[in-house]
Write a protein that binds this ligand. Structure first.
Ligand code: NDP
Length: 502
């Protein structure tokens, strides 16, 4: 109900919103009894909720997903059940490392988070615009992010800590190579692809399962800034991508992505030349072609940024029947960490905020109370299970497939292997053209050139291990001795680290 009369938050009429209640006409004392003033200041003091530690700067929009190809033999997920079926979505794009006011054109992966409001509850696909990631074990995540943010003393981005960590984490070199190509500075959120990045399980009504990766391909084609263009835009319009998305949708230019999946059987997964659950690797298109699944269209801007975009809570743990996790170690950590972040940021009842609410299902369980409980809190119904009060019952028919595991419990260290350099080498040799190769090298040189020389050598040896020409050109660009780079590249990671200590 629209009300043109100004009220307090409790609905009381406000007679004057320009003058506090004071003891006189000139300079004077303000009275504590001005409850409207007190409420206004107190609410203002509490306007900020904790900024996301990662993905703080973002923009979002509403739209829909439509099935264009029936793959329901692989998954019982109802929203994928038939061609033509449409499901509402909310999508949030973001940079990763920068603060809420940082520039949209920063060299950074872009978050690509999709919430599907399905009839079986909300399904979140919380991906990025890159098919891979820097690390493959969640225990490394807080360290990695610290190195991409600000130095604890100077409060400045720091090339030493940035490259020190990456050069000590060689599995990152594939993602580093994508990040420093021009794909690391997308022109806008509309002009980039999205990826599940992780491998997920799809299972059908018979509990037969396959492994899948999801790809969103922009119908506008990938468009990127060069490094110079991105830096210039960061100064001229740090909100370039946010503005581009908002204006495009406002003008009726609704961005669209064609959605595909790659599908691998459990038997194939045991034989594939790369660990199919290792998020530092892709599945080659030649081995697992993209199979059409649907399309996603964004056609409605948020009415209120804070309510819908800032409060949007995505978590990869939000699955629907027919979709489940894989033994990807980074995913396993994210299954905890994202939902936990939302509990911290928005509270235990963040699922009751309209943008996060399951639109097509009535929530029925025995969780109760906590801050900001606004959905009736289960009313007079029982708050325990089992009960004989006709409360909600679990349904065994939704049990996902059982997975057999033979386990040795340990902190299994994954050492660096030659296979960790293969795909970055393929990217350099086979995918990037002459101009893109040059841009990649000069983007790395411009950044790594600011780090300590020992770190430069250690990191350049990793590029050399991917491809001799790649490593040689980076070495030449920085002014390093190529023979020394080659020698370091021939060592084990442990030897290389020992040989490049400060
Ligand atoms: P293909 O040779 O079949 O295709 C190349 C892929 O690379 C396309 O998806 C293309 O995207 C993408 N691409 C082009 N330039 C860049 C860039 N600067 N950064 C990241 N991706 C880029 O791929 P293969 O499957 O044979 O894999 C070869 C290499 O391609 C991989 O090692 C990986 O580095 C990269 N790649 C592979 C993907 C996969 O899922 N298999 C996905 C993305 C990259 P587009 O078609 O939009 O131009």
């Amino acid at each position: 109900m629209e009300n043109k009369k100004l009220t307090t938050n409790k609905g009381h009429p406000v007679p004057n919103d320009q003058a506090s209640i004071t003891t006189g006409e000139g300079s004077s004392y303000t009275l504590l009894q001005d409850v409207h003033l007190i409420e206004k200041l107190a609410h203002f003091d509490r306007e900020r909720i904790p900024e996301r530690v990662v993905h703080a700067k973002g923009a979002g929009a509403h739209g829909y997903f439509e099935v264009t190809n029936d793959l329901s033999k692989y998954t019982r997920a109802k929203f994928l059940g038939e061609v033509g079926k449409k499901t509402d979505v909310f999508v949030r794009f973001s940079t990763v490392g920068g603060e809420k006011g940082s520039a949209d054109t920063a060299r950074d992966p872009r978050g690509f988070a999709v919430k599907f409001y399905t009839e079986e509850g909300n399904y979140d696909l919380v991906g990025n615009n890159t098919p891979i990631f820097f690390i493959r074990d969640a225990i490394k995540f807080p360290d990695f992010i610290h190195t991409q943010k600000r130095h604890p003393q100077t409060n400045l981005p720091d090339a030493d800590m940035f490259w020190d960590f990456l050069s000590l984490t060689p599995e990152s070199v594939h993602q580093v190579s994508i990040l420093f190509s021009d794909r690391g500075t997308p022109y806008s959120f509309r002009h980039m692809d999205g990826f599940s990045s992780h491998t997920f399980m799809w299972y059908n009504e018979n509990n037969e399962y396959v492994w899948v990766k999801v790809h969103f391909k922009t119908t506008l084609g990938n468009k990127t800034f060069t490094n110079d263009e991105a830096v210039k835009m960061a100064g001229e319009n740090p909100n370039h991508a946010t503005e581009d998305l908002y204006n495009a949708i406002k003008d009726g230019n609704h961005p669209q992505w064609d959605v595909y999946v790659q599908i691998m059987t459990p038997e194939e997964a045991k034989e594939y030349k790369f660990d199919p659950f290792d998020i530092t690797k892709v599945w080659y298109h030649g081995d697992y072609p993209l199979i059409p699944l649907g399309k996603m269209v964004l056609n409605r801007n948020p009415e209120n940024f804070f309510a819908e975009v800032e409060q949007a809570a995505f978590a990869p743990s939000n699955f629907v029947p027919g979709i489940g996790p894989s033994p990807d170690r980074l995913l396993q950590g994210r299954l905890f960490s994202y939902e936990d972040t939302q509990r911290h940021r928005l509270g235990a009842n963040h699922h009751q905020i309209p943008v996060n609410r399951a639109k097509n299902v009535k929530i029925a369980n025995y969780e109760r109370d906590s801050y900001m409980n606004v959905d009736g809190n289960g009313g007079s119904g029982p708050n325990y299970y089992p009960n004989s009060m006709n409360g909600p019952e679990p349904d065994i028919s939704f049990n996902p497939p059982t997975i057999e595991v033979q386990a040795i419990i340990d902190r299994h260290t994954r050492s660096t292997e030659d296979v960790d350099f293969v795909q970055a080498g393929e990217l350099y040799r086979r995918v990037l053209d002459k101009q893109n190769k040059s841009n990649l090298v000069s983007n790395i040189v411009g950044h790594l050139g600011n780090a300590n020389e020992n770190i430069q050598y250690r990191q350049t040896a990793l590029f050399y291990k991917c491809d001799e020409e790649y490593g040689t050109r980076v070495a030449d660009g920085i002014g390093l001795d190529v023979a020394r780079v080659k020698e370091l590249a021939s060592m084990t990671q442990e030897e290389r680290v020992n040989s490049t200590r400060s």
